[in-house]
Write a protein that binds this ligand. Structure first.
Ligand code: PMP
Length: 363
C-alpha cells in the first residue's frame, strides 16, 4: 500500500522552534525570550481593534489600500503601490522564496542569521549557503565572496537576530552595488526602529537605489503587535508584480489592519518604546559586562551575553527558569555559549540582572 509521502525536501526541513513557554510554572513569568515590546501594544491600537471587532463579518479590502497608504505616509514612501502587507514578515520571507528560488538554486545568509531564512529555503527545495562570521558579523566582502551563479536571494537582517550586530549603511550600499543583477537583496528591518529614525529612512532609500532590493519590516517588535501577525515590505515595481501573483487575497486580518494603522501613527508610543529600549539596552550591556559575561554592542531590543561555555550557558538558563524567567537559548543559531535576553520592563530587567549576579557569584 502506498503511503502519503511529503516531497523529499519537505521531509528534510526542520521546523522553526519558537521561544516557548515555561512548563508547569505558577505565578508571574518574566518573558524575555521573544523580543516583544514590554509596554504591550499602543493604547490607540487596542481602541482601533475594539472598534474593528464590530466589522469582522466583512472581508477586508483585498488590496489593503488604507493600511498601505498609512504606512507610506508614516514612513515617507512616495508610492504606496510598492508596499505589500503580510501575515507577519515571516510570510514575506516565504512568498519571496516561493517566487524566486527552488530546487538547484541557492539562498545566501550569514552564519548566525534569523532561522526562518533556512526553514523557508529548505521548504522550497533550495540550497542554503551560509557566510562565516568573525566577531558576530560577516562583512560585505565575505558575503560577496559566497555569491555564485546559482544564488537567487540574499537575506540580511540588519540589525541581525540573534546577534544584535549590524552592518553600516555605507557597507550595505557597497554590497548592494556589487551584487550581480540576478541576486535579490532582502534587507530585513525587523529591528530597524531600535537603531534610529535616520536609519529607517536610509534602508527605505536603499530600495530606490537599485532594482534588486526589498526592505522587510514587522509590527511584532516595537509596535507590540506580535500576536496580530502583521508585516510589510517595500519593493521595486517588477518584484511587486511577481509577488502579487501568489499573495493570498485576504492574507491580513481586519483587526491587524486596524491595529497597524493606529500604531504606525502613534509617534508618542513609538518614541517612548525606543527611548526605554535605548536606555535599558545600555544598562543591561554594561551590567552583564561588569559581571564578566562579555556582551557585544546591540543595536536591537535584546542583548547576547557570553557565558564562556555551553554548559555554563545551559546552567544559567536552567537557573533563570527556576526564578520564572524565560530567556532564549541560541545553540540552534550556532551560539551555544550565549543566551539572548530581550529588553523588558525596568522591573523585569532588574530582576534578570539580579538573578544573573547571583548565578555568576556561584557558578
Ligand atoms: N525577521 C527577523 C530578523 C526576526 O527576528 C523576526 C521575528 N523573530 C522576523 C523576521 C519575523 O517576524 P514576524 O513574522 O513576527 O513579523
Amino acid at each position: 500500500m502506498t503511503r502519503i509521502q511529503p516531497l523529499p525536501h519537505i521531509a528534510l526541513t526542520k521546523p522553526y522552534v519558537p521561544g516557548g513557554k515555561l512548563k508547569g510554572s505558577t505565578g508571574h513569568v518574566i518573558m524575555l525570550a521573544s523580543n516583544e515590546n514590554p509596554f504591550g501594544p499602543s493604547p490607540k491600537a487596542v481602541e482601533a481593534m475594539k472598534a474593528a471587532a464590530e466589522e469582522v463579518h466583512i472581508y477586508p479590502d483585498p488590496e489593503y489600500r488604507a493600511l498601505r497608504e498609512t504606512i507610506a505616509e508614516a514612513t515617507g514612501i512616495a508610492e504606496a503601490s510598492r508596499i505589500v502587507v503580510s501575515s507577519g514578515s515571516d510570510e514575506i520571507i516565504h512568498l519571496l522564496t516561493q517566487c524566486y528560488a527552488g530546487p538547484g538554486d541557492e539562498i545566501l545568509f550569514t552564519e548566525h542569521a534569523f532561522s526562518m531564512y533556512r526553514v523557508s529555503a529548505l521548504s522550497h527545495g533550495a540550497e542554503t549557503v551560509t557566510v562565516p562570521e568573525t566577531d558576530l558579523t560577516a562583512g560585505a566582502n565575505a558575503i560577496l565572496g559566497a555569491v555564485t551563479d546559482k544564488t537567487k536571494i540574499l537575506f540580511l537582517a540588519n540589525p541581525n537576530n540573534p546577534t544584535g550586530t549590524m552592518m553600516k549603511v555605507e557597507d550595505l550600499e557597497r554590497l548592494q552595488d556589487s551584487l550581480p543583477p540576478h541576486v535579490l537583496f532582502v534587507v530585513d528591518g525587523a529591528y530597524a526602529e531600535y537603531v534610529s529614525p535616520d536609519y529607517e529612512a536610509q534602508i527605505r532609500d536603499l530600495v530606490d537605489r537599485r532594482a534588486n532590493t526589498v526592505m522587510m519590516r514587522t509590527f511584532s517588535k516595537i509596535h507590540g503587535l506580535a500576536a496580530m501577525r502583521l508585516g510589510w515590505a517595500y519593493m521595486p515595481d517588477e518584484i511587486m508584480q511577481t509577488f502579487q501573483r501568489i499573495r493570498g487575497p485576504f492574507n491580513v486580518n481586519g483587526l491587524a489592519v486596524a491595529a497597524g494603522m493606529a500604531s504606525i501613527q502613534d509617534e508618542e508610543f513609538l518614541t517612548k518604546s525606543r527611548e526605554h529600549n535605548a536606555e535599558w539596552r545600555t544598562k543591561m550591556m554594561d551590567a552583564l559586562n561588569a559581571m564578566g559575561l562579555p556582551t557585544p554592542p546591540s543595536h536591537a531590543n535584546f542583548v547576547l551575553p557570553d557565558f564562556g561555555s555551553s554548559e555554563r550557558a545551559d546552567a544559567a538558563n536552567e537557573f533563570l527558569k527556576t526564578r520564572n524567567i524565560l530567556v532564549r537559548a541560541v545553540g540552534g543559531y550556532g551560539l551555544p555559549t550565549r543566551l539572548r535576553i530581550s529588553v523588558g520592563s525596568a522591573e523585569d530587567n532588574e530582576t534578570v540582572l539580579a538573578a544573573l549576579r547571583e548565578f555568576t557569584a556561584s557558578h
